[in-house]
Design a protein. Structure first.
Length: 535
């Protein structure tokens, strides 16, 4: 081994950078090993067509924890967020629904469909916010680890105190959100199908499951615990794309002395005498370290980078059965003009162009998309969310032209009947374009270039097994202390010195920075009592 470090980070995604930052801040010699030629993992900004740049995978921000933003001084480094005026725009056959812009405005919008739902909305908003506040509180805390004795009991008691202090109605809301399907949960609040769909969409984002699947209500909640510029529950656009976030994070790491290596794919985690000894790169180079933290998801880490002989048979079996695969199909499109929607005509920038434009009108539509995907690979009526970043950030395309991010759900991670996404992705992309064009007739003819990421492309390019943007299903059996598996929910792997710092750990997917922050805290805690005081 030619070089020695205190800690190595596998993968330069945002969580890996956050973990590296805190470790280096505490005085450790840290090196980040990134397989691609750009740092940032799935949160990157790249040119996908001449003159057109976009956030090629992750594309919108809300969940990044304020503490991480402050500690890495991201705003001081130049990072800027543009808030959405309204959250989402749902075009329907002959009509539309707008969500967001404040409670009163949303109530007025709902009243067009159901006065009862308009009256219910503030109560729903309050109930969701009470539970979201608990998630915010838990996001930067290490879950109690099963089998850790008194320490685990104390952690469980501490983290359960907030929940125990809630009134009984709030506790019932928590129970509903963790165990009910999204449909059952929303049916208990609303009567109108369009209104239900406006909230139900969040339950299928990155979640290869039906809105009727028990536990899908939690995924809905997971997408609302964020905040932008101190405003809770809001989503926004990172000026310069998502890559601006990770570039500023990389700058913060470099300032702390972190060494970031690009085009340095890890082939194997090295183990000696039951503890981590370092890693071996695909080039054959071996690098020594007593600490290795993986930003790669559990499925990739334990199925490809760690020898089965270095894990217990039971742990290896658990990881073989770890559920990963989110059914996400991602496209970036260069446009000559903005979409002209039949229900809201006009090519000049308007409020709805700046929102998340979601083609998914009812819960039945969402359920059919999933059942069709299981049977055929994808639905003839796919779930599509479109964002038009150039409606708020004109730095990403030539003057007068635009880009569209198409984030599509319920495309089978593995196609049935032995078919390959390499052969089928163009057909799926055409269907997605047709789906948007039904609502905006000028869309197809305005296309100048397209970048397609099938689930298989997402796996190859970003290391997301099954195209899973969450690094693993966000189901009840893979959450909190059981993420990725009970007994290793505290960011520690089954080998001494091996840690996990990616979205396959608590609190899960999204650009949060929380797994990286929390893993660093536990690494420092293992090294020294002083680690308690850091992070």
């Amino acid at each position: 081994m030619t070089q020695t470090y205190d800690a190595l980070i596998i993968g330069g995604g945002h969580n890996g950078l956050v973990c590296a930052f805190y470790l280096a801040k505490a005085g450790l010699k840290v090196r980040v090993l990134e397989r691609r030629n750009i740092v940032g993992g799935a949160a990157v900004t790249e040119e996908f067509h001449p003159g057109f740049r976009n956030s090629t995978a992750s594309y919108t921000v809300s969940l990044l924890r304020p503490k991480v933003i402050r500690d890495m001084r991201l705003h001081e480094r130049g990072w800027r967020i543009i808030e959405r005026t309204i959250s989402n725009f749902f075009p329907h056959e002959g009509g539309y629904l707008k969500l967001g812009g404040g409670t009163a405005r949303t109530q007025a919008e709902f009243a067009r469909f159901s006065p009862k739902d308009a009256e219910t909305f503030p109560k729903y908003e309050e109930a969701l916010e009470r539970v979201a506040e608990v998630l915010r509180d838990l996001a930067l805390k290490t879950p109690p680890n099963a089998g850790s004795g008194v320490r685990a009991l104390l952690a469980a008691a501490s983290q359960g105190r907030r929940l125990a202090g809630m009134d009984i109605e709030a506790q019932r809301d928590v129970m509903d959100l963790f165990v009910k399907s999204a449909r059952d949960f929303l049916d208990s609040w609303y009567e109108n199908e369009y209104v239900k769909a406006a909230f139900g969409f969040d339950a299928v984002v990155g979640n290869y499951a039906s809105v009727d699947t028990p536990g899908s209500a939690y995924v809905l909640l997971h997408h609302v615990f964020g905040e932008i510029n101190g405003k809770k529950g809001m989503w926004g656009h990172s000026v310069g794309g998502m890559g601006a976030i990770t570039q500023y994070m990389a700058e913060a790491c470099t300032d702390m002395g972190v060494e970031i290596s690009l085009e340095a794919p890890v082939a194997k985690v090295l183990v000696d005498g039951g503890r981590v000894a370092g890693v071996k790169l695909e080039s054959g180079e071996e690098i020594a370290a007593k600490i290795v933290a993986s930003n790669a998801g559990p499925a990739l880490l334990y199925r490809q980078l760690v020898d089965r002989s270095d894990m217990s048979p039971e742990f290896a079996r658990r990881m073989d059965n770890f559920k990963a695969g989110s059914g996400t199909f991602r496209m970036n499109v260069a446009l000559s003009e903005l979409p002209d929607f039949t229900v809201l005509p006009g090519k000049e920038k308007a409020e709805h162009h700046t929102a998340g434009i979601i083609i998914s009108p009812t819960l039945d539509y969402m359920d059919k998309a999933f059942t069709d995907a299981k049977a055929f690979g994808w639905s003839k009526e796919p779930i599509v969310e479109m964002k038009l970043p150039t409606s708020v950030d004109d730095t990403l395309a030539p003057p007068g032209q635009h880009i569209a991010s198409l984030f599509c759900q319920q495309f089978a991670p593995v196609l049935p009947d032995g078919r390959s996404w390499d052969d089928e992705k163009d057909k799926a992309a055409d269907l997605i374009i047709d789906t948007v064009t039904k609502h905006a007739p000028n869309f197809r003819k305005s296309i100048l270039g397209v970048q397609i990421h099938s689930p298989l492309d997402l796996e190859r390019k970003f290391g997301l097994i099954g195209g899973d943007i969450m690094h693993g299903h966000m189901s009840l059996d893979q959450l909190w202390a059981a993420r990725p598996v009970l007994g290793h929910g505290d960011y520690r792997g089954p080998i001494k010195g091996l840690y996990m710092c990616g979205a396959g750990t608590h609190p899960g997917g999204g650009v949060t920075g929380a797994p990286g922050h929390n893993a660093a805290h536990e690494i420092l805690r293992d090294r020294s009592v002083l680690g308690w005081l850091l992070g």
